[in-house]
Design a protein around this ligand. Structure first.
Ligand SMILES: [Zn+2]
Length: 475
């Protein structure tokens, strides 16, 4: 059979089965945007002839990584809210209140570039102006499963004293839900299915029960997932206690939100009983190890969630919280933080971390029939990783194999040389082919500097820990 592309002579991780699906000296055949065959080089050569062949000698061929939770729209504020208390109100908000939608889109593109350069091929992006940001994905050629961030709190909520109940405004909620529904209408399954849309309720504390119920009804009608922050911090628990006298998970269970439609992000404040309940009800979980580690100094109960039978994926969250949107970083953090939390080096092994950035994340997002592993019939989202980088040295394949531990604990993302998304080569020799990388960064830097000028008064008035550190000459 004639195909468009064969990648051959590489070690392959298919991520099929219960482990990593290792094939020594294998090959992958691709036609159009679809994988036609995966196997040993002899099997593939016998069955297929290709227009183009990529030699993957000394390379690793594997599914592209899935970033199951990212907010690229605020990437332009990376590094402004670290090592501080009240990071959102005092660090991020003084900048964010001056952000214009078009500036957010410009920053988002650099963030997507960052992900692609570290092997991410699917971005589950969740932002306030996804109607604009979605064009970045269209242009750069990445796979995206996007949601509009729906809440009904005024934009200036960051100006309220910490601890005060958020005011709800139903007209804001209606506008944002309409934007999410329009996004679905205009972009769902567009670009040959490369871009898909789900619903994005911001969190149970961020809107009235009426709006939450309306989103749930829309989710049932469209048969789609709800991507929602749940028990994401003490701020949320405090808001829920003040408004309803309940904790988030009890509240969501009582109102019928805990089911297979729900993608519960963070669960930072969930108790073990609450975590087990979310898993038992069939909802998925996204664990953002770097973000919650840096912002809150906490390790959410993801291991307990998985032990309770739940399916969980990894996400990099937002740049001003996490600092980097690199799934290699997430895999490593997830494994190490949980080993430390449980004081046991055997838990959260490298295979588990890698599965949570590939096939398990695809299951949580409801796209495992298309991506997350290399299998005949799935979309051709494939990365080729250079094993001759010092970070992979040495490679052993007998009597033990160390490629996966080296990938999770040592590699950093720069080892990814080639990225193929939906059958198209998007990055080759680390150059992204679909956009001009240098002018994209230069333009975004200029915009960031303009925002800093407009925000200066608010930044000074916030009297944040980071400002103190700058004043004291520590940064
Ligand atoms: Zn988030």
């Amino acid at each position: 059979m004639k195909v468009d592309l064969i990648i051959q002579n590489g070690h392959i991780l298919t991520m099929e089965g219960k482990g990593v699906g290792f094939i020594e000296n294998g090959a992958v055949a691709i036609k159009g945007n679809t994988i036609q065959g995966v196997g040993t080089i002899d099997e593939i050569k016998r069955a297929y002839q290709a227009e183009r062949v990529i030699d993957a000698t000394n390379k690793l061929v594997m599914p592209g990584l899935i970033d199951a939770h990212i907010h690229t729209g605020i990437a332009i504020f990376r590094g402004v809210a670290q090592d501080m208390s009240n990071w959102m109100q005092k660090g991020l908000w003084p900048f964010q209140k001056h952000l214009r939608a078009e500036e957010s889109v410009i920053g988002s593109m650099v963030n997507i570039m960052e992900g692609i350069k570290a092997g991410t091929t699917t971005f589950c992006d969740y932002d306030g102006r996804m109607d604009l940001i979605v064009e970045n994905y269209r242009k750069i050629g990445a796979r995206a499963r996007v949601a509009e961030l729906v809440n009904e709190i005024p934009d200036n909520v960051g100006d309220l004293p910490v601890g005060e109940l958020y005011p709800f405004d139903s007209s804001i909620g209606n506008t944002k839900l309409k934007r999410n529904l329009d996004l679905y209408e205009n972009h769902h399954e567009s670009e040959d299915g490369r871009i898909s849309v789900i619903l994005g309720p911001h969190g149970p504390d961020m809107m009235s029960l009426e709006l939450l119920n309306e989103i749930k009804a829309q989710g049932d009608k469209l048969n789609t997932k709800l991507h929602m922050h749940v028990a994401q911090g003490d701020r949320e628990i405090d808001q829920m206690a003040k408004r309803y006298g309940k904790r988030s998970i009890d509240f969501l269970d009582e109102h019928g939100f805990l089911n297979e439609r729900l993608i519960a992000v963070h669960l930072t404040e969930a108790t073990n009983e609450e975590t087990a309940l979310v898993a038992k009800r069939g909802a998925g979980m996204i664990y953002c190890a770097g973000s919650i580690g840096i912002i809150d100094g906490l390790v959410p109960p993801v291991y307990h969630f998985i032990q309770s039978g739940g399916t969980a994926g990894l996400g990099s969250d937002q740049a001003p919280g996490n600092n980097c949107n690199n799934m290699f970083n997430e895999m490593k953090f997830a494994a190490i933080l949980n080993k430390v939390k449980l004081a046991d080096p055997r838990v959260f092994n490298a295979t588990m971390a890698l599965r949570m950035a590939t096939i398990e994340a695809a299951k949580v997002m409801g796209i495992d029939h298309e991506v997350g592993s290399l299998k005949k019939g799935k979309k051709a989202d494939i990365i080729i990783v250079n094993l001759q980088d010092p970070s992979f040295f040495p490679i052993y394949t007998k009597p033990i194999r160390n490629i996966v531990p080296n990938l999770v604990y040592s590699a950093r993302g720069h080892e990814v040389e080639t990225s193929i998304i939906d059958g198209k080569v998007i990055m080759e020799n680390r150059n992204i082919l679909t956009i001009d990388e240098i002018s994209t960064i230069e333009n975004a830097q200029k915009v960031a500097e303009e925002i800093a000028v407009r925000s200066e008064k608010d930044i000074l008035e916030a009297k944040s820990d980071i400002l103190d550190m700058v004043t004291e000459g520590l940064l």
